[in-house]
Design a protein around this ligand. Structure first.
Ligand SMILES: [Zn+2]
Length: 247
């Protein structure tokens, strides 16, 4: 470990986060932070929109809304987000991916690339995908159900032979509840027309870039719904599995 650390020293780098994953799980779907404000925190990231109205991805300083039908549009700068993670992406660690690699294998490959499992990593995978399976949350109406129920309305999309980018974060297990532990990534195609929350994929050819994060800038909402939320559920592991992995 130490040897690898000196080969590729980790530089201090901040990852910004708006609210908590446990707040989202508890049905806190309305936030107080706008897309415009969020873009001031980073040119790269992911999240969701108020009322769970689609998945969010930020690429090269542009924020996209990935809608229920799998289509992508540029997000309104005034739109609000109840949960988002963003950073200014610096590709400090880069590797060409082995050809035709599936998500599970690529996950191990990315682990090998990281100098330590104890830091956060922004992950960017750019290339040609032979297939990508995504899901997208559906706009919810009040009274909001908890997320384990809300994702029951999810639509799955399947894209084949598509060029694009998978963007997101690899988060240490100790952040469970603050964020989604492990890899949480969203997809958008090169034309910025389709995408969603990634369930599975095969990367035909492409590159992997990582930006290590050492500092977490956590912004907690001042809303009354957040202040009265249950942020310590007993079945957190089950809820995370049901909402983010969904197998
Ligand atoms: Zn997601």
């Amino acid at each position: 470990m130490l040897g690898r650390m000196t080969d590729r020293p980790v530089t201090r780098h901040t990852i910004f986060q708006n609210s908590l994953m446990t707040a989202l799980l508890d049905g806190i779907y309305d936030g107080e932070m706008t897309v415009g404000e969020l873009l001031g925190k980073g040119n790269f990231g992911l999240g969701t929109f108020d009322a769970l109205d689609g998945e969010m991805v930020i690429i090269d300083g542009t924020c996209y809304q990935l809608r229920h039908d799998g289509s992508a549009v540029r997000a309104d700068l005034e739109a609000r987000s109840p949960y988002a993670v963003a950073t200014n992406f610096v590709p400090r660690i880069r590797r060409r991916a082995p050809e035709n690699i599936r998500r599970s294998e690529l996950s191990d490959f990315i682990d090998e690339m990281t100098p330590s499992e104890n830091y956060m990593y922004a992950v960017r995978i750019t290339g040609r995908f032979s297939d990508v399976t995504t899901r997208t949350v559906v706009r919810q109406s009040k009274p909001y159900p908890p997320m384990t129920e809300a994702v029951g309305d999810d639509a799955e999309q399947h894209f084949t032979d598509v060029s694009g980018v998978i963007a997101g974060f690899r988060t240490p297990i100790f952040e469970k509840g603050i964020s989604v532990p492990g890899c949480h990534v969203h997809f958008i195609d090169d034309g910025r027309t389709v995408g969603g929350h990634v369930l599975d994929f095969t990367l035909a050819e492409g590159k992997i870039e990582l930006c290590p994060g050492t500092d977490l800038d956590l912004r907690l909402p001042l809303t009354s719904t957040f202040s009265s939320a249950n942020l310590d559920p007993e079945d957190l592991d089950d809820q995370l599995h049901a909402t983010e992995v969904k197998d």
